[in-house]
Design a protein around this ligand. Structure first.
Ligand code: BTN
Length: 235
């Protein structure tokens, strides 16, 4: 696929029209790439824009694990193609290196029962670090230093790491949760989480068995965060 509005949007269109089987959609560039929280996702040349589409008989309970499984698939891929890069995962599913964003993930679902489907949209900065974004960015080329790798080659590694993590997600959440916590950014530190435009600060204490971020508030209470945007403070 060359230029398209968004691989996630295209997968959804095909799913709604009943014209898609389990597959990966990949674009050279996107004209309307979408990120989490209604943000745009820039299309810098040579980067990877892909969506894994699949039917998921496990329904929403498995889909809820996929932000973490997919982020781990990206960090597994980075360990192979950019070994030694200190990739960390920011809740729920950003992959970052030294607080610069390497990858973003947008999980979308639809259908019901046997027709329940998932689109796991994965954008990875391979050749270019997009500029003009709200946070710093990095890319695989910068992490590898000298030798280049194509988005296509990165994708073939990602497809394998993703298949393994998806299988793990279908079995149980606990091993994924443990792996995710090992590379969690900001764990044990004070973070600011913006929930519906309101910031709340506290110590990022743990991730709950359902994937919620557990925040210890200054008054000692615990708050479970199920949607929001995390930023590290005091670094
Ligand atoms: C985020 O960090 O906000 C998530 C970004 C997800 C971007 C990918 S690129 C491929 C797929 N198509 C889209 O429109 N979005 C995802």
């Amino acid at each position: 696929m060359g230029v398209i509005d968004s691989t996630n949007t295209e997968a959804q269109r095909r799913a709604k029209a009943g014209h898609i089987e389990n597959c990966w959609l990949v674009a050279e560039s996107q004209t309307a790439g979408r990120g989490r929280l209604q943000r745009p996702w820039l299309s810098s040349s040579g980067n990877l824009f892909s969506s894994a589409f699949f039917r998921e008989p496990g329904g929403i309970s498995i889909a809820a694990r996929l932000p973490f499984a997919t982020a781990l698939a990206v960090s597994d891929m980075a360990a192979i193609i950019a070994p030694g890069a200190p990739v960390k995962l920011k809740w729920p599913n950003d992959a970052r290196v030294n607080q610069a964003k390497l990858s973003g993930i947008l999980i979308e679902t639809g259908g019901q029962g046997q027709d329940f489907w998932v689109v796991a949209g994965i954008g990875i900065n391979i050749a270019e670090c997009p500029e003009g974004t709200s946070q710093a960015t990095t890319c695989i080329h910068d992490l590898r230093g000298d030798t280049l790798i194509s988005a296509e080659d990165a994708l073939s590694v990602l497809r394998e790491t993703f298949a393994r993590r998806l299988e793990q997600a279908r079995q149980s959440f606990e091993p994924l949760r443990e792996d995710w916590l090992k590379v969690a950014e900001g764990l044990g530190e004070t973070v600011r989480v913006t929930v519906s435009d309101s910031p709340v600060e506290g110590v990022f204490e743990d991730m709950a068995p359902d994937g919620a971020l557990i925040l210890r508030l200054p008054n000692g209470e615990r708050q479970m965060i199920r949607a929001g945007d995390v930023s590290l403070i005091g670094r």
